[in-house]
Design a protein around this ligand. Structure first.
Ligand code: HEC
Length: 139
């Protein structure tokens, strides 16, 4: 009798553990890679979105041209999502694009001047940086 009770308690414990693990697995979904809103990102590129005056479109085109309004030579954003993941070994496209905005001096695209990007980290909210990265990943 004592032995049977022991077995039942043991089985119950195993069942409880399995149930707990099962629930945990069912609820674990990988977080989305990018959380931003690409439409808002486009607005900031276009005219600063009401938060910056040094809008990205002054220097970065979406159509492949390199001389934009500010007549600085800057890399076009046309097709950038396809190149971004190859720029810096170990950085995914998303990580590289984020770094280019918050710490532009960390990697200078070959053939361009590295000192003209503003300190957008101080000028833009984290959310708007997410929005810009989301927009860049659509290009
Ligand atoms: C005054 C001109 C200028 C403005 C305005 C500007 N950039 Fe740049 N940007 C550059 C130049 C020049 C480079 C290339 C040199 C370097 O890597 O820093 C660059 C590089 C980049 C790159 C990497 C491009 C690549 O092909 O690897 C990203 C991403 C970027 N800028 C994002 C932004 C965002 C986002 C904004 C607006 C919030 C912005 N830039 C505004 C001049 C500018």
């Amino acid at each position: 009798m004592i032995r049977w009770t022991g077995i039942w308690v043991g089985l119950l414990a195993v069942l409880l553990v399995l149930t707990a693990c099962g629930n945990g697995d069912a609820n674990t979904t990988a977080p989305a890679a990018t959380v931003g809103d690409p439409e808002r990102g486009r607005e900031i590129w276009d005219d600063g979105g009401g938060v910056i005056t040094g809008e990205c479109s002054r220097c970065h085109s979406l159509d492949g041209s390199e001389e934009v309004a500010a007549s600085y030579r800057a890399p076009t954003w046309q097709g950038i999502s396809g190149r971004a993941g190859d720029r810096v070994p170990g950085l995914s496209a998303e990580e590289y694009l984020r770094e280019s905005i918050v710490d532009p001096a960390a990697y200078i695209v070959e053939g361009y001047s590295g000192s003209i990007m503003q300190r957008y980290k101080l000028l833009l909210s984290d959310e708007d940086i997410d929005n810009l990265v989301a927009f860049l990943l659509t290009l």
